[in-house]
Design a protein around this ligand. Structure first.
Ligand code: UFG
Length: 328
């Protein structure tokens, strides 16, 4: 049985990765410092609490386990916070990646799947966005992820560590069977905020700007079910095992939905009114982000299978069952 190390496995996407690996019969080791993750979200894995920047800690984890491959989700990921405190983001995100790559090099581990982001593109020149398009982050969060992609390239060249940098668009949904879902404090993401409103925990949703150059004036994003996302990670590991070439891969559905369309879809799924009012733009939001997922389809054999309604439905089940998140 192969052992996979999931860094950041107590977070939203990481915990869904752990659930999928466990389901598929992998032996799973999780490392997480619980700065934003939840220990309750880690089910069926060996859990080590600690920081990727702590060399002694990682040395212990890599000595106690024969790691076949690494999937690294561990990072800070709030765009606005990154603008206010770029050093915090580079220190944690780049520092964490440096730590795990150092342990991999020392222990001869040759494969890593890395959580990158659509934020590496900044304000794209065209839609849908392809991996070969210009990367030009407009915030330190995207900058820190692009810096790590650069580091991965050098580590491939120098040490033969093969990587897939998966550039996520907007992750949504939950795993209703495993009882895990999205629980951020504070919550800044659109779908959970809309659902908290449907639950009566907020009185309205603010629509951040309706004067963008989009069909209804609100920002358009490409939402992807977290289960589809984590399936792509497993395919990426298999692809690297088979000798696939390192590089970036977009993970999105290839469809764009506006903020207003999301709110409308959530009204249908939940049957709740969900009051929404237009508020000022949020700084740093590109008008439209839609993925071309052709490369992931061709190289990894990945096809997202869950639509927007399913994402909102699954997230709704999670929010209804866990109105206070994991602590509730
Ligand atoms: N939005 C609102 N009201 C809210 C919350 C969000 O109108 O209360 C809007 C945002 O302005 C944006 C859209 O809904 O246009 C989606 O916002 P999210 O915060 O849910 O997601 P983002 O697209 O900003 O961010 C996501 C990831 C980030 C990543 C980014 C890459 O969550 O980690 O994509 O572009 F950096």
């Amino acid at each position: 049985m192969e052992t996979i190390l999931v860094a950041g496995g107590a977070g939203y996407i990481g915990s869904h990765m752990v659930a999928l690996l466990v389901e598929r019969g992998y032996d799973v080791v999780v490392v997480d410092n619980l700065s934003t993750g939840h220990a309750q979200a880690v089910k069926g894995a060996r859990f080590y609490e600690g920081d990727l920047r702590d060399g002694d800690f990682l040395e212990k984890v890599f000595s106690e386990n024969r790691i076949h491959g690494v999937i690294n989700f561990a990072a800070f990921s709030l765009v606005a916070e990154s603008v206010a405190d770029p050093l915090k983001y580079y220190n944690n995100n780049v520092g964490g990646a440096t730590g795990i790559l150092t342990a991999m090099k020392n222990h001869g581990v040759k494969r890593i799947v890395f959580s990158s982001t659509a934020a590496t593109y900044g304000e794209p020149e065209k839609q849908p966005i392809e991996e070969s398009d210009r990367t030009n982050p407009i915030n330190p969060y995207g900058g820190s992820k692009l810096a790590i992609e650069g580091l991965l390239r050098w580590c491939d060249e120098a040490y033969g560590i093969k990587y897939a940098a998966l550039r996520y668009f907007n992750a949504a949904g939950a795993n209703t069977d495993a009882g895990i879902g999205e629980d951020h404090h504070p919550e800044t993401h659109l779908i959970p905020i809309v659902l908290q409103c449907a639950l009566g925990k907020r009185d309205h949703v603010g629509i951040f700007g309706d004067d963008y150059p989009t069909p209804d004036g609100t920002c358009v994003r490409d939402y992807i079910h977290v289960r589809d996302l984590v399936e792509a990670h497993l395919l990426a590991l298999e692809y690297l095992d088979k000798g696939g070439q390192s590089g970036p891969f977009n993970l999105g559905n290839g469809n764009g939905y506006s903020v207003k369309e999301i709110i409308e879809a959530a009204r249908k799924v939940t049957g709740m009114a969900i009051p929404a009012f237009v508020e000022p733009r949020r700084p740093g939001d590109p008008p439209t982000l839609i993925a071309s997922n052709r490369k992931a389809e061709e190289a990894l054999g990945w096809k997202p299978r869950r639509d927007l309604e399913q994402m909102i439905h699954d997230a709704w089940v999670w929010h209804k069952e866990h109105p206070e998140g994991y602590e509730g």
